[in-house]
Design a protein around this ligand. Sequence first.
Ligand code: C5P
Length: 402
Amino acid sequence: MIAGKNIILGITGGIAAYKSASLVRLLVKAGAQVQVIMTPNAREFIAPLTLSTLSGKPVITEFFTANTGQWNSHVDLGLWADAMVVAPATASTIAKMAHGVADNMLVTTYLSAKAPVFVAPAMDLDMFKHPTTQHNLDLLRSYGNHIIEPAAGELASHLIGKGRMEEPENIFKVLEGFFSDTLDLKGKKVLITAGPTYEKIDPVRFIGNFSSGKQGFALAQECADRGAEVTLITGPVSLSIDNSHVNRVDVMSADEMYDAVMEHFPLQDAGIMCAAVADYKVEHQLNSKIKREKGEAPVLTLVKNRDIARAAGEKKREGQVLVGFALETDNEDAHAHEKLLKKNLDFIVLNSLNDPGAGFQCATNKVKIIERDGSETVYPCKDKRMVAKDIVDVLVNKYLKS
Ligand code: C5P
C-alpha cells in the first residue's frame, strides 16, 4: 500500500519533467508523503512552485536554503524515505548515480538512501542506446536499483524510438506493485532453475551457452519477496543473491542440475524451469587436456542430455504447478505450445531472439505467456525483475490459489 509511505521524487532536467507533476498528484492522492528534490537544471523545465503546491512541501534543490541558512540534510532525507523515484532520469544523472558523483542534492541523497530506488530514464533514442548509458544502467541494476524502462514513441526531438519516460500512471503502478504488502506466496515452496549448464569436454574446456541467469535470479528474488521459500538451482553465473528465503544450490552440468531438481521438486508447490540447459554433452569426457596435434582435428561425439523439465512434468503431482521457458527463433508459438504439452507444463514463457531487448545477457526481456487452454498474454519489453513480477502474478493468481 502506498498510503503512509514516504517517497522522495527526484526530478532532473529533461522535458519529461512536466509529467512529474502528475506523478506527485497520483502519489499524494494515494496517501503518500512526497518530498520533491530537483536538480538545478530541472527547475528550467517545471516551476518548483507547481511541485511544492502539489506535494505540500517545499521543493529542495540546494544543500542550504539560501534565505534561512537551513541545512537540507541528505542523510536525514535518505533515512526518511521508504522509496526514492528518479523521474525523469537524464543520461547525466544516471551517470552520476552510477559513479557516485555527488555534486547535487539529488545524487547526494541517492547515495544516502537506504530505501529501494526506482529510476525512470528519459532521453533521446541515441543517448539511451549509447553503450555508456546502457553500461551505467547496468551498473545501477547491479546495485539493486529498479529501472523503469522508457517507452518507445515520438520523442521531444520528433525522432521516433525508445527513450520516452514511462507514463506517470505506469510509474505509479510499479510503486503500487512494489508496496503491495500481500505476501501471496507465504507458506509456498518454489523451485527455480537458472543460468546455463557447462558440459565438460576435458579439464579446461566445456560446451556452454550465453545465459546470464538474470531472469532466473529475478524470479527467485520476486518469489522470496512475496513470502515463498525458494530453492534456486543455478548453473555457473556471476550473480549473487542475498536473501535468507533463497536456498541456492550451485551445479555445473545438466546431469547435476537434473539430480538437484529430482531431489527437490517433490517437496515444492511450484517449479519454474528457467535454466538454459545444454541439449548435448560429450559422450566421453577426457581426464587430460586435448592437445593441439598436427593433422586431423579431434571429433567430439555428443549425446543428448536428459530433459529436466520433462522429467519434472512426468513426476508432477496433483496441485503442483510447473512453468517452463521457450527461447525460439522461428515458428515460435507452435514450438512453445508443443513444449507446453510435451513437458506437461501449466504455462510456458516464450521469449524470442527476434525481439530486440529480449533474451540472453540483456537486462530486459519481452515475453508472451501461453497457457494450456491456448490463451496468450503479450507483455511489453521490461526490466527482468518486472518480467518476473508478471510471471509470478500469473502463477499466483491463476495456478496457486489455495
Ligand atoms: O526443449 P527446450 O530446451 O526448448 O525447452 C526449454 C524449457 O525446458 C525450459 O524451461 C528449460 O529450462 C527446460 N529444459 C530442461 N532440461 C533440458 C532442456 C530444457 O529443463 N535438458
